[in-house]
Design a protein around this ligand. Structure first.
Ligand code: PEP
Ligand code: MG
Length: 591
């Protein structure tokens, strides 16, 4: 007999007679969500907690043992199938995972917990995993500390195996009424949440341009990050209001507050529906300048939302998301199919595929080398150049897909000219291999570079000679200019894309690109910020790329803007290095 600890079914949104309180964080995506809290642990899978009757304890322990054996066989099988082109770390990582799996902390201790607490096996394993993660968090050595991720990954495998034999009470059937409350979520976790239809998300950690926040935004549901204590203060099933515009979370609202937010929510819905009528309206400013509004996507299926929003191209396909949440690497054919799907769906409109930007907060199981400062380490093009075989596989897949649409290659995180030369050399090599095989591709494929490191923005003269187009990554450009880790909520208040130094670099990049006849886009989060649209138009930007959910609002802003007038304001803002004055001028431009 198993009894659920709590039930999340039969939900009716009603205020609860418990104390109400408010938490403040950083709003990640617009809109208001009202629903019931569902606490998730550091494990990516949601773990049910229920009691096991004393006569069923041995059976539950056998279920746990069976899952451990199944995962052991899986890992041994994977080890045998690792291809020669996989980075050397993949094999080493599988060894480490086997060792972790067989360690008594994971394979024996949960059995004791099942017996002593009478709880289900998933819960026992998660408790033990969280305890180990906490211990690892306290280790000073950065390399050893990061091994906690391996523990989580092994535990997740076992949890997945147990899912198949789960006796858990039905999970909430009303996902649209559920607000996920987590201490932290990785970009890979967020991608898994794409398969669900939760009402909202809140997390204790994270900054507004962390990749976790970026994926939350692409889910188009209200979310708040950097709440600090939400996970500790909120209880399962408490009623929550998430105001993703203001970054305010109201716990247990009273009847009046609830009614007020329900009204605001329906007003926002009406506005959103009205915006849909702009879908096929060309984005042209009041003074007749045509503007390209492209979409950012993470997975091939996101292309539907881009088309739905009327995007005239894909300005950024973050291809590394194809590599997350798996223990093998996607092969050439799998990648080719993913890229081809997007190219065909866009039907001749440009599709900008960014080569792998792995590293920092996006890590492939076993294939990345975090280093002491991941954001400054072996990330993006640096990682690809260090793993030439893996890079070749991706380049061949992209080139083959270029036969099915207008694909452009975008290289992230360039700082040195020799990195462009090496990337170009790799592309030439991939082309030669396809020629040898007689496979077709676009011989004149455009290759562009992301401008997201100040050094690149300041040595553009050489860059534009070697690249066909530029795309400004304002998220990283801000991070690297201001020396603020974009995923660290403790310094999030200092992260400011409107800092005069960042604005100078953006404006300069647009200007140099224009003079050299190289198209320039902005594909960082700033492109989807209503407050920045006029300013960017004033700098001369003609191509914006953002999440599909932001596109129609930005189009409305473009339709109401006068580019010539914006240019006057933009010049005055650039002449200023006083941030307060800049903000006042920007407020006037937007008023
Ligand atoms: C950026 O840095 O602005 C960007 C678009 O790339 P990412 O957010 O994926 O780092
Ligand atoms: Mg970037």
């Amino acid at each position: 007999m198993r009894q659920p600890k709590r039930s999340t079914s039969a939900m009716k949104l009603a205020p609860q007679p418990t104390a109400s309180f408010t938490l403040h964080g950083a709003g990640v995506s617009g809109g208001i969500a009202i629903g019931y809290a569902h606490l998730v642990s550091t494990a990516r899978l949601e773990v049910a907690h229920y009691d096991i009757a004393s006569d069923a304890i041995e059976e539950e322990i056998s279920r746990f043992d069976a899952a451990i054996s199944e995962v052991r066989s899986e890992l041994i099988g994977l080890q045998a199938s690792v291809s020669a082109s996989a980075p050397a770390e993949v094999s080493a990582f599988l060894n480490v995972h086997l060792m972790i799996l067989d360690d008594a902390h994971l394979s024996r201790r949960p059995r004791e917990l099942i017996r002593s607490r009478g709880c289900n096996a998933e819960w026992a394993l998660t408790q033990q995993m969280e305890m180990l993660v906490q211990q690892f968090d306290e280790i000073e050595d950065a390399y050893l500390r990061e091994r906690k991720n391996d523990i989580v990954q092994v535990a997740e495998r076992v949890l997945k195996a147990m899912l198949r034999t789960s006796h858990a009470p039905a999970s909430p059937s009303h996902e649209e009424n559920v607000i996920v409350v987590a201490h932290d979520l990785s970009p890979a976790d967020m991608i898994l949440f794409k398969q669900h239809q939760f009402a909202g998300f809140v997390t204790d950690l994270g900054g507004v341009t962390s990749h976790t926040a970026i994926v939350a935004r692409s889910l188009n549901i209200p979310a708040i990050v950097g709440l600090h204590h939400a996970r500790g203060l909120i209880r399962e099933n408490e009623l929550l209001i998430v105001d993703g515009r203001e970054g305010v979370l109201i716990v247990n609202p009273d009847r009046q507050v609830l009614a007020e937010f329900q009204l605001r929510q329906s007003q926002l819905d009406i506005e959103r529906r009205k915006l849909k009528s702009l879908r096929s309206t060309p984005a042209t400013t009041l003074d007749g300048i045509p503007i390209e509004l492209h979409a950012n996507i993470e997975l091939p299926q996101d292309v539907n939302a881009a088309i739905e929003a009327g995007a005239t191209g894909i300005g950024l396909f973050r291809s590394e998301f194809l590599f997350l949440n798996r223990d093998d690497l996607p092969g050439e054919d799998e990648q080719f199919e993913a890229y081809r799907k997007v190219a065909e769906a866009m039907d001749g409109r440009p599709v900008t595929i960014r080569t792998l930007d792995l590293g920092a907060d996006k890590t492939v199981n076993g294939g990345s080398r975090a280093g002491p400062n991941p954001a400054l380490g072996l990330r993006a093009i640096r990682f690809c150049l260090a793993e030439p075989q893996m890079f070749q596989v991706q380049l061949r897949a992209i080139l083959r897909a270029s036969n099915y649409g207008k694909i452009r290659i975008l290289v992230p995180m360039l700082a040195h000219v020799h990195e462009i030369d090496q990337a170009m050399g790799a592309i030439a090599q991939a082309k030669e291999q396809l020629d040898d095989l007689g496979l077709h591709y676009d011989h004149a494929i455009n290759v562009g570079g992301m401008i997201e490191i100040p050094a690149a923005a300041m040595s553009l003269g050489v860059f534009v000679k070697k690249l066909d187009f530029l795309s400004i990554g304002t998220n990283d450009l801000t991070q690297y200019t201001l020396a603020i880790d974009r995923s660290d909520d403790t310094v999030a208040h200092l992260y400011d894309p409107l800092h005069p130094a960042v604005l100078q670099l953006i404006a300069q990049t647009i200007q140099v690109g224009e003079k050299a006849g190289r198209p320039v886009a902005v594909c960082g989060e700033m492109a989807g910020e209503l407050a920045a649209t006029r300013l960017l138009l004033g700098f001369g930007l003609r191509e914006f790329s953002m999440h599909p959910a932001q596109l129609l609002e930005i189009k409305q802003q473009v339709l109401r803007a006068n580019a010539a007038e914006a240019q006057g304001f933009a010049r005055r803002i650039l002449r200023n290095d006083d941030p307060d004055k800049c903000r006042r001028l920007l407020a006037r431009l937007n008023s």
